[in-house]
Design a protein around this ligand. Structure first.
Ligand SMILES: NC(=O)c1ccc[n+]([C@@H]2O[C@H](COP(=O)([O-])OP(=O)(O)OC[C@H]3O[C@@H](n4cnc5c(N)ncnc54)[C@H](O)[C@@H]3O)[C@@H](O)[C@H]2O)c1
Ligand SMILES: O=P(O)(O)OC[C@H](O)CO
Length: 408
């Protein structure tokens, strides 16, 4: 672990001769997979005054609309709630999500129907802030408007989950609904970033990943601000898994706090959670280094240690003895970890990865296991080596990349 950390620090050091790593086209120093493929020609890099359509006017979509509206882009915010659209355009307020905030005049709400046709094709950027379970249905409709797949707008995804039933990552949902070229062009933003802190302009950093650094750089250029730092990378699969998995461990940390356990227990869950995330990610075919970044340990730490996290809150209330259905129906916002725990369970079973915390979260959510029993079972496990990365041959990431027409 220490060796890995030191390696990362060295690789991030700006004084290193970067050419030393440039043995493959499109490969970044931290890239686990030096991809060789040509990106579909996209529109020119979004500059000042880009036209941006944000799909999803929940906490995060609204907050990112504000972030870009603040930078003088023309932002359109799609909400499926008709009342929200009307009220937003009259008062620049989102009464349902972030009700205390006054939004930029550069944002126009659109909806409740999903925009289509020429409106979509005029956009420089499409940003998807739709919870994972609703992405497929919306992308299927939106794909009809993506006429010219050779001239795509910049496509950015910020959801953090795994689809129930298919266990698909977002990349696969995009490929299924819009085709491999669209999936290859997608960029993912993830990392420790509570919406309500971003709109208050609190210093924040995120990971921005695409299959090529060049594509990730476009999104980074769009979002990077003095109070909002973007770090680019080229492991979108690892970034996606990081964001989805950390939500499951945030539920575990919340449960522990809800049961009345203290700091030692939470630190144990965060650290062993990171080990599990890294093992699952490596078995899947992502780079283990990705889990040491902002989208990995950064977001894991944030959501496991704050009652601002919806996933932590679900866990906390479970630990306090509330039934899951009551928690979900009163949360008022999405906690992706609840649905994602199902996909994670299937993935660890398929891959044969040992992830006892994720397993217990699944059992508490779906098998009626008592939270206290789950913690006790974790403590009763036999002593083991601290970290052993799996080295199995066939990895889902390879199948996914083959589906996208990518070769390693
Ligand atoms: N809130 C944050 O701080 C934050 C930060 C980073 C990433 N995220 C991720 O962003 C995504 C959105 O989260 P959020 O916080 O904005 O959620 P939210 O609960 O605040 O809002 C939910 C959004 O989903 C929309 N929605 C519900 N049903 C839908 C459907 N059938 N089709 C399309 N849209 C539908 C709602 O209209 C609303 O816009 C999640 O994947 C979340 O993990 C959130
Ligand atoms: O409120 P949560 O638990 O969905 O967390 C929100 C973001 O993912 C924090 O980065």
């Amino acid at each position: 672990m220490l060796t890995l950390t030191l390696r990362i620090c060295r690789l991030h050091c700006s004084t290193l001769p970067r050419q030393a790593f440039r043995s493959f086209s499109n490969a970044s120093p931290l890239s686990p997979h030096p991809f060789r493929f040509t990106m579909p020609a996209s529109k020119p890099q979004p500059a000042a005054n880009s036209k941006v359509l944000i799909l999803g006017a929940g906490n995060f979509g609204s907050c990112l609309a504000e972030h870009l509206g603040d930078s003088d882009h023309s932002v359109f915010l799609w909400a499926r709630e008709a009342e929200l659209v009307k009220h937003f355009n009259l008062h620049h307020k989102n009464l349902k999500y972030l009700p205390e905030h006054d939004f930029s005049k550069n944002i126009t709400a659109v909806g409740p129907d999903l925009p289509d046709g020429d409106f979509i094709n005029e956009m420089d950027v499409l940003l998807f802030a739709i919870p994972t379970q609703f992405l497929r249905q919306n992308l299927t409709i939106l794909n009809r408007s993506l006429k010219d797949k050779a001239k795509l707008p910049l496509l950015i995804f910020v959801n953090k989950g795994i689809e129930i039933g298919t266990d698909a990552l977002t990349l696969e949902i995009i490929a299924d609904t819009c085709g491999a070229d669209v999936a290859k062009a997608a960029t993912f933003i993830s990392g420790p970033s509570f919406a309500k802190e971003i709109v208050r302009r609190r210093p924040t950093s995120v990971s921005v990943a695409s299959f090529t650094e060049a594509e990730a750089k476009k999104a980074s250029d769009l979002f990077h601000q003095p109070h909002f730092r973007c770090y680019t990378g080229s492991d979108p699969i690892g970034i996606e898994l990081s964001g989805a998995l950390k939500n499951v461990y945030a539920i575990a940390a919340g449960m522990s706090d809800g049961l009345g356990y203290e700091n030692n227990t939470r630190a144990m869950i965060i650290t062993r959670g990171l080990a599990e995330m890294t093992c699952i990610g490596t078995a899947y075919g992502a780079s283990p280094l990705t889990f040491l970044g902002l989208a990995g340990v950064g977001d894991l730490f944030l959501t496991c240690s704050s009652s601002s996290s919806r996933n932590y809150t679900v866990g906390y209330r479970l630990g306090q003895g509330e039934p899951l259905q009551k928690i979900i129906s009163t949360l008022g916002s999405v906690a992706e970890g609840v649905s994602t725990a199902k996909g994670v369970k299937t993935i660890i079973d398929k891959l044969g990865v040992n992830a006892p915390i994720a397993e217990r979260v699944y059992q508490v959510l779906y098998d009626d296991k008592a939270t206290k029993t789950a913690v006790q079972e974790l403590m009763d496990l036999p002593a083991s080596r601290e970290l052993e990365l799996p080295t199995m041959g066939s990895k889902p990431a390879q199948q996914l990349m083959a589906k996208l027409g990518l070769s390693i």
